[in-house]
Write a protein that binds this ligand. Structure first.
Ligand code: PGD
Length: 817
């Protein structure tokens, strides 16, 4: 047996270890230390990064201020109209005060309503997909807890895939097989291999350093910043293809190609056309390792439809110079070249195309399976892409099978609620939306993550009841009927680690729960008890007993494989355990390249599908059988042709994780005039008399937001950058059907709720067409950093909640899809 590495000093004396999606750290509650730069403790919690972390995340700065912020949900709360009039569709969600009540009453009401919906409409009428990142922690993971609870309750309508990778998760298995997709998504070549071998990285969407601090579940050693430094030192050249200069860290040898957003596929086709017509493509590799190249080649050279996808053709669409496109194609063919595409590029309508076209381009270069060459997806999209550690087995909470087979692709939530009985296509199937009567959400913020929030508000008006567990008064909590206050990681004990982490962290409880907040597990145990399956849900264990049990069974598994792992008590006292892991590159594509007959991909041809027969057979105009250029529907005639001529990029924020900790210090410091900062080019600002620091109104037909202007030539003219995650703060309106005005700058007020395609049904939140103007007059205040109006439960009469049929007609106008 390998002996365990000596336990490290996880935290300084007197501190308690824990972890987050953005890194492990320790806490010294009540030290009174004030925040400071250069690694000094932040605020009252004495937060210090894990000693083994070479590049701690700046997001640690957000934790202090958010922990006891006034927006914490302190007591269970019920929307006044629901308490007084009972469940039913309504347009009052998000527009009414809440009534604070005690836990016993809140759990009684919630359990009775869950039972009513299940008994009257069946468990399929309960939507429990509950998409979202929640917090790090293997046991208290909110969705795992909720899914376990709902599975035992009788089942629920689930959700599939992710907002991050909706198009790729469905598309890639068609192109490179299921295992090939995993290899692509975890990086074909590791960072050290890129440093050693790659001469040129063609980075579509760049390698945005702001994202690399985050890995779901946790990350103890942030290594990507060091790898990027090593790439710079090695002199690797990077062609940055992005409208935003900040998508690649300074210091690298960079050519910035400031492309028109959403046109990367056209550029890829132009590059491929140059390779083809100048005979720079690797015919032998294409013949041996791919299928369907000729069909694609006919599309490129114009034999298919009379339009050659030449460099000039591409230049007219993507706004780059044709001669630069040709030069880049020649350099790609002459170098060890990695073609990489960020995940954000597939978060647009037709988001399959940049992924498929980049794969085809890399195949034409013939370097797939060579160290440091070929196709990459997501370098810079997440902390662990390019990490060569194995996917680790970690302790996990068993959820049990969901007795209901129903699901939606997660980004179809508004369609699901608005169109019960409606049909849609997904990965070759025609599916029907069930009739949802109750929504139960824990650990996600759909009023952050979904598109077209005005439409989502209407969708949230449809069910009888919306139950939300949340630590903060997010917009989702404000649009619920029953809000159950949840603890955050610092208020509970857990085990933490990410899928490629170097350590398992003993997450100690550092502070008492804020207000009356309870752990999701405790909330659900309380409901399960009322519903008659409490013992089955908890298995008679306390949370600490669960940790010991999960750790113990995991330890036994590792010991059976010959790895000694400390006893729970030793691990808990040490604060962490360095996981045994040998680091090595994936060899799937190397093996395949060497011998595609002996090591075929799991595709119909056994090879890379440049043209896919099964996808072509579906006959989808929005995702045909090979990579094509498709203009976003909204453009008609080019982005600048309409009333909203500017292209808004709604990308991941640098100052928080999604919407989490938007009330933290780092996030607040970056606001301009108290609102989310929008970057725009000085020329666009001058044309509209906008100055740095002005409050601006960004708008289209779906809604409007107020934001604070930041002028920079780091964005392409015609482009605005407004990151996601500012808490949605709709200004009260007379008519709830009017497009919303968000006083705080949430870009999903502006994005369209359309799917990537009928093949994948992914999220398309990355882009929207907008106009911007200087806001004159007194802007409405940002209210979302205060709790909503809260009434005393003793003063509000109760509806006699009994099992009864739902009779309320829906007050909204009929929805047109
Ligand atoms: P978070 O802000 O992380 O966003 O969407 P997601 O919903 O995951 O939300 C997590 C919520 O969980 C927070 O409100 C937090 O307070 C709560 N929470 C944390 N811990 C706990 C807990 O222990 N218990 C409970 N009950 N709650 C907890 C992210 C999604 O947004 C993602 S992954 C992507 S990639 C998408 N990206 C874009 C985009 O690029 N552009 C646009 N326009 N929109 C996007 N939306 C998507």
């Amino acid at each position: 047996m390998t002996s365990p590495p000596a336990p490290g000093p996880a935290s300084p004396p007197g501190s308690l270890p824990t972890t987050s999606h953005w890194g492990a750290y320790s806490v010294r509650p009540g030290t009174g230390a004030r925040g400071g730069p250069g690694g000094a403790p932040h605020g009252d919690l004495g937060i210090r990064p894990h000693p083994a972390d070479p590049s701690p995340s700046p997001l640690l700065r957000n934790i202090d201020g958010a922990l006891r912020h006034p927006t914490r949900v302190r007591r269970p709360a019920v929307r006044r109209g629901w308490l007084e009039h009972g469940p039913g569709p309504t347009d009052r969600r998000g527009r009414e005060p809440f009534v604070e009540i005690g836990w016993d009453e809140a759990l009684d009401l919630t359990a009775a309503e869950l039972a009513r919906v299940r008994d009257e409409h069946g468990p399929t009428a309960v939507f429990g997909g509950s998409y979202g990142w929640a917090s790090a922690g293997r046991f208290h993971h909110a969705q795992s807890q909720l899914h376990r609870f709902l599975a035992q309750f009788g089942g629920y309508t689930a959700s599939r895939n992710s907002y991050s990778l909706g198009a790729s998760l469905v598309l890639l298995p068609h192109l490179v097989g299921a295992a090939g997709a995993q290899a692509v998504l975890r990086a074909a070549s590791s960072w050290p291999t890129l440093v050693a071998h790659t001469e040129l990285i063609v980075a579509f969407g760049g390698i945005p350093a702001k994202n690399v601090h985050v890995t779901p579940g946790g990350v103890t050693r942030h290594r990507t910043p060091g790898h990027l430094d090593a790439l710079a030192a090695a002199g690797t050249r990077v062609a940055l293809i992005s409208p935003l200069r900040a998508d690649l860290p300074e210091g690298l040898d960079t050519d910035w190609h400031a492309i028109v957003p959403a046109t990367d596929t056209a550029l890829m086709l132009g590059l491929a056309h140059t390779l083809l017509t100048e005979n720079l493509h690797d015919r032998a590799f294409l013949d041996r390792c791919t299928t369907g190249f000729d069909t694609f080649a006919h599309y490129l050279d114009g034999r298919a439809d009379g339009t050659p996808r030449s460099a000039e053709w591409a230049a007219a669409i993507c706004g780059l110079d044709a001669s630069r496109i040709r030069t880049l194609a020649r350099r790609m063919a002459a170098s060890r070249t990695l073609v990489t595409v960020t995940w954000s590029l597939q978060r647009i309508q037709h988001g399959e195309q940049p992924v498929w076209a980049a794969l085809a381009l890399a195949a034409m270069l013939g370097q797939i399976g060579l160290p440091g060459g070929g196709f990459g997806h997501g370098y810079g999209s997440m902390g662990d892409v390019g990490d060569h550690g194995p996917q680790l087995r970690l302790p996990y909470l068993p959820q049990g099978p969901n007795p209901v087979g129903e699901f939606i692709p997660c980004a179809r939530i508004a369609d699901l609620l608005l169109h019960p009985g409606g049909t849609y296509e997904y990965d070759g199937e025609t599916r029907t939306y069930p009739d949802i009567r109750l929504v139960h959400w824990a650990g996600g913020n759909p009023f952050h993550h979904h598109q077209d929030l005005g439409r989502l508000r209407r969708a949230f008006g449809r069910p009888d009841t919306v139950i939300v567990h949340e630590p903060h008064w997010t917009a989702t909590a404000r649009h619920a009927d029953i809000v159950l206050p949840a603890t955050t990681t610092l208020e509970r004990e857990d085990l933490g680690g990410g899928r490629r982490d170097t350590h398992l962290i003993a997450m100690h409880r550092a502070v008492d729960p804020v207000g009356e907040a309870r752990d999701d597990h405790a909330i659900l145990a309380g409901l399960a008890g009322r519903l008659g399956f409490g013992e089955r849900f908890t298995e008679g264990r306390t949370p600490r007993a669960w940790l010991e049990h999960l750790y113990g069974s995991w330890r036994e598994e590792l010991r059976a494989d010959g790895t000694d792992v400390p006893e729970f008590e030793d691990f808990w006292t040490a604060g962490d355990y360095e996981l045994p892991s040998e680091r090595a590159d994936f060899t799937l594509f190397e093996d395949f390249r060497r011998d595609p007959v002996r090591h075929p991909l799991d595709t119909p041809s056994g090879r890379i599908e440049i043209t896919s027969g099964p996808v072509a057979a579906l006959g989808l105009a929005d995702c045909p059988g090979h990579p094509v250029w498709l203009e976003p529907d909204e453009w008609t005639g080019g982005p600048a042709a309409g009333r909203h001529p500017l292209l808004l990029i709604a990308n991941q924020p640098a100052t928080r994780l999604h919407s989490q900790f938007d009330v933290g210090a780092l996030s607040l410091d970056a606001k301009v005039a108290g609102r989310e900062a929008v970057q725009l080019h000085p020329a666009d600002a001058a044309a509209r008399a906008i100055r740095d620091g002005d409050v601006v109104r960004i708008f289209n037909d779906r809604g409007a937001v107020l934001a604070g202007a930041v002028l920079t030539d780091g964005v392409r003219p015609g482009v605005l950058r407004l990151p996601t995650g500012a808490w949605f703060d709709p200004v009260p309106q007379q008519d709830p059907r009017e497009p919303p005005l968000c006083a705080h700058g949430n870009p999903n007020t502006l994005t369209a709720d359309v799917p990537t395609s009928r093949l994948t049904q992914g999220c398309t939140g990355q882009h929207a067409l907008v106009e911007v103007e200087r806001y004159t007059g007194d802007p409405p205040p940002v209210t979302v950093r205060r709790p909503p109006p809260l009434l005393d439960g003793a003063t509000v009469p109760r509806h006699r909640h009994r099992h009864r049929p739902t009779v309320h007609p829906h007050p909204d106008r009929p929805e047109t899809p």
